[in-house]
Design a protein around this ligand. Structure first.
Ligand SMILES: NC(=O)c1ccc[n+]([C@@H]2O[C@H](COP(=O)([O-])OP(=O)(O)OC[C@H]3O[C@@H](n4cnc5c(N)ncnc54)[C@H](OP(=O)(O)O)[C@@H]3O)[C@@H](O)[C@H]2O)c1
Length: 343
């Protein structure tokens, strides 16, 4: 059986880590790499990753040429969070007849939030007989798939609360910048206005995925404004120093309202210097469920794992735009990757 053939689309912080993880795994190989960053295009992938080995794959900004030559089974896509930005990228991959696993947050559950684009992409994927999935740690697992899985032992569910609290200082640098660490409060607010800080993208998608899994018809999904977490003392990560009074990160809440009541409540907090880290899911139902993962799952490690572990499941799935709630139970794919593929 041939190796599973992967093209990386986006060799940034996430794409690079996916590449390094793939290099450790059996039965899977990287056969192409696409990026637009000037410091990467034209370089050997090994060099772009900063590893001491040439890989014989040159990073290219020419999607058509890469995909025409690569005969890829799957594209690992990690360029942006917003569906309308990535739609043309996904369209081109799908039109080459290649499956997609993407980290795009808005792709994780687009049917409720961007129904027109979702339908279009679903049709296109079916036409070209490929599967498209948006996943990651969050959205993709902690605030949705894991919650849905826990409800499987409930006879009744009245209310769900999820809290993710993490020390942003342990995460990749683009993430620390994305949560505004090290900015003054006015800079933070300015960037929020210019949308260079967006808060956590995915709360709406996670709530919609949970609601649809439970067949709850929500009145609305409310997303509260992003708020800065202000450092009380000096805190730092390897990359960013935060003085007292500056922004250490952010906090954001969202809720799904059903029959006038808050029935799904999500609270996301990420800042440098968080004293504790946890993922907590509380289900008020029959039975009640209180689940706490402490410290919280490391977002970058978890994202890379989820992306790679879902590759065989995506290759094996029926064509279309799928979501994590449609895939088989997620699991680690520890063995030779070829073994999971039904050829
Ligand atoms: N669902 C989840 O749990 C999860 C977890 C982690 C990350 N994410 C998301 O995944 C995305 C990638 O994250 P990251 O940290 O790797 O970001 P990143 O470091 O900025 O990497 C993105 C890479 O893609 C390149 N790129 C941008 N537009 C492109 C295009 N049209 N064609 C080809 N390459 C393009 C960028 O080049 P330039 O630098 O030149 O723009 C950069 O090299 C982000 O949106 C992030 O929020 C989701």
């Amino acid at each position: 059986m041939n190796n599973v053939r992967v093209v990386l689309y986006g060799v940034g912080a996430v794409g690079s880590r996916v590449a390094r993880f793939l290099l450790e795994k059996k039965g899977i190989e990287i056969v192409g790499a696409i990026d637009v960053a000037k410091d990467k295009v034209g370089r050997d992938l090994g060099e772009a990753l900063g590893i001491d080995k040439r890989l014989g794959v040159v990073v290219s900004d020419d999607i058509d040429t890469v995909l025409s030559k690569a005969k890829a089974d799957v594209v690992v896509h990690a360029t942006s969070s917003f569906l309308k930005d990535v739609y043309p990228q996904l369209q081109e991959v799908v039109a080459h007849g290649v499956n997609v696993v993407s980290t795009c947050e808005e792709l994780s559950y687009p049917y409720a939030t961007d129904p027109e684009l979702a339908e279009k992409l679903d049709e296109l994927a079916k036409t070209y007989k490929v599967t498209v999935l948006g996943t990651g740690i969050n959205p993709g697992f902690l605030m949705d798939t894991l919650v849905i899985t826990l409800t499987s032992v409930c006879q009744k569910v009245n209310k769900i609360q999820v809290v993710r609290l993490m020390d942003a200082g342990t995460r990749r640098v683009p993430f620390q910048k994305k949560v505004g660490a090290g900015l003054s409060i006015s800079e933070f607010r300015e960037r929020l206005e210019k949308k260079t800080i967006t808060g956590h993208v995915g709360l709406k998608q996670s709530i919609a995925m949970i609601a649809d899994a439970l067949d709850w018809k929500l009145d609305e999904i409310e997303i509260d404004p992003v708020e800065p977490v202000i450092a009380k003392t000096y805190v730092e990560s390897e990359a960013i120093k935060v003085k007292p009074g500056q922004t250490a990160g952010l906090t954001q809440k969202a809720r799904g309202v059903k029959e006038g009541k808050e029935t799904i409540a999500l609270h996301f907090q990420a800042y440098i210097g968080a004293q504790e880290e946890y993922d907590a899911i509380t289900i008020d139902g029959v039975p009640n469920i209180n689940q706490r993962i402490q410290p919280c799952v490391h977002g970058d490690i978890g994202t890379i794992a989820m992306i790679v572990n879902t590759i065989p499941k995506v290759i094996n799935s029926p064509a279309g735009l799928l979501t994590m709630k449609d895939l088989p139970v997620p699991s680690a794919a520890l063995g030779d990757m070829r073994k999971y593929i039904e050829m």
